[in-house]
Ligand binder design. Structure first.
Ligand code: CDP
Ligand code: CDP
Length: 217
């Protein structure tokens, strides 16, 4: 089987995970990897153990000792299902800080490359097309206005029965965009050879169809 990496990057709420999952489902033999969930897992573990971003030795130990596992749609830390715990507001508002730590990125990028080896894979994140797979077969960079992304996030929270304030969510999204794109290590940015797609006024199906049409496989 020939490898095929479809790299999908973009800011929070641009539609990466929804679209990536659907594209992988529509294609024969493709799997999906959500790299954001991996950064959320390590953030959750550090918060649980009260480890701050400056405590590099402690982070190193956590990275060595922790077993990260992904099975279908579920995420496991040392065999505990943390799929729900990694989506809380607390993890969301702290994840960009931990994702800026060099040793965390090195370890997770290493795992991401190992998981993807020889596979047909749709992989989404912030640095997939620039750092993890600069040689990806196709790179897509999804964008949408911050207001549209905040609206989507509020709806997401509400559908899970979690109350969310629009203005607070918008502020959080803008703050995370800034931290993710201004950090030193692997900042969020469009790879030169990525196709940019503004999803603000597109339905999910329209985005999926456009990506499939670029794939030519
Ligand atoms: O789903 P949402 O867009 O809210 O975020 P996510 O994809 O779950 O990613 C959470 C955070 O992880 C991002 O805000 C980034 O700080 C970090 N991340 C990263 O640095 N590199 C990646 N490849 C993926 C996520
Ligand atoms: O993974 P990322 O944070 O980039 O975004 P997402 O979690 O896939 O999408 C956030 C929300 O926007 C989801 O509820 C999607 O259903 C919705 N969405 C949309 O309404 N229109 C699109 N074109 C893409 C996503």
């Amino acid at each position: 089987m020939k490898r095929y990496v479809l790299a999908i990057d973009g800011p929070a709420g641009s539609g990466k995970s929804t679209v990536s999952k659907l594209v992988a489902k529509k294609l024969d033999g493709f799997v999906y990897l959500d790299t954001g969930a991996m950064y959320r897992m390590i953030t959750y573990k550090c918060l649980e153990n009260n480890i701050q971003v400056e405590e590099i030795e402690k982070i190193k130990k956590i990275l060595e000792e922790t077993n990260f596992d992904i099975k279908e749609d579920k995420f496991f830390l040392d065999n505990k299902d943390v799929s729900f715990d990694i989506r809380t507001k607390e993890v969301t508002s702290n994840v960009s800080k931990y994702a800026a730590v060099k040793i965390i990125r090195e370890k997770l990028v290493d795992i991401q490359r190992k998981i993807s080896e020889g596979k047909k894979i749709v992989i989404d994140g912030r640095d997939i097309g620039t750092v993890v797979f600069p040689d990806a077969e196709l790179k897509i960079f999804l964008v949408a206005s911050p207001e549209e992304r905040a609206n989507r996030r509020v709806k997401d929270y509400e559908s899970k029965g979690i109350k969310a304030d629009y203005n607070e969510t918008l502020k959080e999204i803008i703050k995370r965009d800034k931290l993710d794109s201004e950090r030193e290590e692997s900042p969020l940015k469009k790879a030169e050879d990525a196709i940019e797609l503004d999803t603000s006024k597109l339905t999910i199906d329209e985005v999926v169809e456009k990506i499939l049409s670029y794939m030519k496989i």
